[in-house]
Ligand binder design. Structure first.
Ligand SMILES: [Zn+2]
Length: 370
């Protein structure tokens, strides 16, 4: 099996050149739909665009295949982080591919999209036998997987999935990821003139500071981290502040632990604030839920076999970031997140290489056909 290397790179360059910020993926979506139709896919775009005030929905495609084989799902996200407009792939003579320095490159996640498209073209061209193939290209992944959270997963037939959206050398994949809980504690005190009558005030910032200073921040056990990332409060230097908002997040490989931790946190803020007469409103939102795919699961075994065929060493690891795969797991689809030739993502120094782009395309062909 040989992929078409020139076509693979040309496709990556083309995808990078399409502006596709979160909620503005329309052009990318249209382009991908065209490609899928020409490859024989049945396609569907959902209404995530209108639900999220974006201009494009999630794109789902189905390609028939040998029914005796299990259907497999391949997925990447269509949006890129900022600065995302006017992207350009600069290919150096040594095979290094960077942006022009003014934007991200967008290998996160154009590398995944390119690999899936090249794999499908190779399969079609060379008439390689395969089972039913489903693809899902999501919108707004970079903003807490908002696109995936709108998708109707009952459409998906596959029980196994490969999400091409991970940094690291091709051959690595993540089989577990954490629950990510965001919290917001709104502390309410009482305003008063700070010079004339400070005794009449209840100092919301002071209450917040007391509560925060007693927290263990960072890695709080082998599975769990806690961070306070934002504090907002106060109106003027001569007013005892009435409001203070504290925002942070908890991550844990254990969903139960994350929930326990956030419960403790709520209690702690409420109790501490009450010692000076302040009250606390506490909000929690769950960005994604933890999963762990057993290493003897067929989705992992197929990945290992494909890596072996290709001569790259497979490395299964945990990631501490959420992805669309958390949403697949929540809907009973066992997926792993596969490294797809992206490095230093979410910065203008993002890069990939010609070699790695070929490697992930070849690996994707193997995953689809092995
Ligand atoms: Zn990504």
């Amino acid at each position: 099996m040989e992929i078409n290397k020139q076509r693979n790179i040309d496709e990556f360059v083309k995808l990078v050149s399409i502006d596709s910020p979160s909620f503005g993926e329309k052009q990318m979506g249209e382009y991908i739909k065209e490609q899928l139709v020409s490859l024989g896919f049945l396609i569907m775009e959902d209404d995530a665009g209108s639900c999220l005030n974006g201009n494009c929905g999630n794109i789902y495609g189905f390609l028939e295949g040998d029914k005796l084989q299990p259907p497999l799902l391949f997925s990447s996200h269509m949006d890129t982080v900022e600065p995302s407009c006017g992207k350009e792939a600069i290919i150096n003579s040594d095979g290094l591919i960077t942006s022009n320095g003014k934007t991200v490159l967008g290998a996160d996640d154009c590398s995944g999209i390119a690999a899936i498209l090249e794999a499908l073209r190779t399969i079609k061209e060379q008439e390689l036998p395969h089972g039913p193939i489903e693809v899902l290209f999501t919108v707004a992944e970079e903003v807490y997987c908002k696109g995936a959270s709108e998708f109707d997963f009952s459409l998906i037939q596959s029980k196994e999935a490969y999400v091409l959206d991970l940094t690291g050398p091709v051959g690595s994949a993540a089989y577990k990821a954490p629950t990510v809980l965001s919290f917001e504690a709104s502390i309410k005190g009482k305003s008063a003139h700070a010079g004339f009558a400070p005794q009449n005030g209840i100092h919301a910032i002071s209450a917040a500071a007391k509560a925060i200073s007693q927290l263990d921040m960072g890695r709080i056990d082998e599975d769990t981290t806690l961070n306070v990332g934002i504090i907002q409060g106060g109106l003027a230097t001569n007013i005892v502040p009435e409001h203070c908002v504290v925002k942070g997040e908890i991550r844990s490989y254990s969903h139960v632990k994350a929930l326990e931790q956030v419960g403790t946190l709520k209690e702690h803020f409420t109790k501490t604030a009450s010692t000076i007469g302040a009250t606390v409103g506490f909000q929690i939102s769950c960005g994604c839920e933890a999963y762990e795919i057993p290493l003897d699961h067929s989705v992992v075994q197929r990945f290992k076999k494909a890596c072996e065929h290709q001569g790259v060493s497979a490395s299964l690891e945990g990631t501490f970031g959420g992805s669309d795969n958390n949403h697949l797991a929540k809907h009973g689809i066992s997926g792993i997140v596969v490294a797809s030739a992206m490095n230093r993502c979410h910065s203008c120094e993002e890069y990939t290489t010609v070699e790695e782009l070929h490697r992930i395309a070849e690996l994707t062909v193997l995953l689809m056909t092995i």
